[in-house]
Design a protein around this ligand. Structure first.
Ligand code: PMP
Length: 412
């Protein structure tokens, strides 16, 4: 055991050094969790010496697992020439080029430090270019921690968000294409943007139907609304992102996580006609900065990560995930659970649930952890390229056992 549990460390005035003992609220799993001290490939070790299969992958961002040699080399090489500079660097072009070669219907990229910032910028671009304010989101979704992005989560997420911001957001029930159509047609000139996450984790990892996506695209085009597809998590699911899989092209696409190779990153990728809003050579362009946006280390690591994530690797990971979902599903259906997701992302939830209660989520997290499987606190599991069939089978077995333990517990 560690000499001193940092959760218990207090400052001179009696407070833990981090609020609640946590550096990110999203780490919270109901009880103080051990600390990560090392990672290699698909494994991480905690401060108690326990070895875990890392299916958290820093909330899906480590598509190549921990400390991949090519990524470490690319990042180290960039870092050894200086961590960041106040004039542009060439690595930004490299990553932009790689992204645009995948998102072939979009023209330009702006990098940010996080997905949150990417979504904030995309919304501002949409509002500025349309001269409108209202934004459509899907109920229960998550788009980071900016004011607007928290509104779809409902009242528990919007303390501290001004009412005016809340009033500008229209949450639409997932997959209710008719509701979407009615909302827009009631005031088509009011809407700046529709924001969609095609596989919203916060909303239970339910899939968005083809009909809903197609309707959103059609209405956006007809009424001059900007369609933003938030692929911060889902970009990994296809060579052209998940929107590519739906055959729908957004006007702006926000992403992050995987494209930084494990370093802080976000990006807005979009049509040239919209992205020109942040073109500083144009008078009156929108402010966009970020001291560390497009920094060489994130860009170099991201470029290495994207190069390694070839079309065949995308497909290999997705089929491993598809098989794992089926295998767990077959073993947990009888106890009233199901496995949702798509491709390399999976999540076990009580069957039919819309919003999974936090207590259940945390119980499953600990049951998994105690079986050497590390997921996100909502039990979103993501595969990484160092994993092979044997590792994924192992994940499926551990997850199954953990679900069965939670289900048995619930019956006591
Ligand atoms: N959008 C979606 C769909 C996300 O899942 C997330 C983060 N999980 C974000 C935006 C915010 O990204 P970040 O945590 O990098 O700010």
């Amino acid at each position: 055991a560690p000499a001193e549990d940092p959760h218990l460390r207090r400052g001179p005035r009696g407070y833990p050094l981090l609020p609640g003992g946590y550096g990110r609220s999203t780490y919270y799993t109901g009880a103080p969790s051990p600390y990560a001290v090392r990672g290699e490939g698909y494994r991480v070790w905690d401060d108690r010496g326990r070895e875990l299969i890392d299916a958290n992958n820093n909330f899906t961002s480590l598509i190549h697992g921990n400390a991949h040699p090519d990524i470490t080399e690319a990042a180290t090489k960039a870092l050894s020439s200086g961590a960041s500079w106040g004039i542009p660097n060439l690595y930004e072009w490299e990553l932009a080029d790689l992204l645009l070669s995948r998102l072939t219907e979009l023209d330009q990229v702006r990098f940010t430090n996080s997905g949150t910032e990417a979504v904030m910028s995309a919304i501002r671009i949409a509002r500025a270019s349309t001269g409108r304010e209202r934004v459509i989101v899907t109920k229960g979704g998550y788009h980071g921690t900016s004011d607007i992005a928290l509104v779809p989560g409902g009242p528990t997420y919007t303390r501290g968000v001004p009412q005016g911001v809340i009033d500008d957001v229209t949450p639409v029930p997932l997959n209710d294409a008719e509701f979407l159509r009615r909302s827009i047609e009631a005031a088509p000139d009011a809407y700046a943007a529709i924001i969609l996450d095609l596989l919203p984790n916060r909303a239970g990892l339910l899939r968005i139907s083809d009909e809903f996506v197609t309707t959103a695209r059609e209405l956006a085009t007809r009424y001059g609304i900007v369609l933003i597809i938030d692929e911060v998590i889902s970009l990994r699911l296809g060579p052209h992102g998940l929107s590519g899989g739906y055959g729908v092209s957004p006007d702006l696409l926000t992403t992050g996580k995987t494209i930084g190779g494990g370093f802080a990153v976000g990006a807005v990728v979009g049509l040239g006609s919209l992205m020109s809003e942040v073109d500083p050579t144009r008078p009156g362009s929108l402010p966009h900065g970020g001291t560390f946006s497009g920094n060489p280390v994130s860009m170099a690591a991201g470029a290495a990560a994207l190069r390694l994530y070839s079309e065949s690797e995308v497909k290999r990971l997705n089929s491993l995930g598809d098989a794992a979902r089926e295998s767990v599903m077959a073993r947990v259906a009888d106890v009233g659970w199901e496995v949702r997701g798509r491709g390399s992302l999976l999540r076990a939830v009580p069957a039919g649930s819309e919003k999974v209660d936090e207590g259940t989520q945390h119980r499953l997290w600990w049951e998994s952890y105690n079986r050497g499987l590390l997921g996100s606190p909502a039990n979103l599991l993501s595969l990484s390229t160092p994993m092979d069939q044997a590792v994924v089978d192992d994940i499926a077995d551990r997850l199954t056992d953990a679900v069965l333990a939670v289900a048995a517990d619930a019956q006591d």
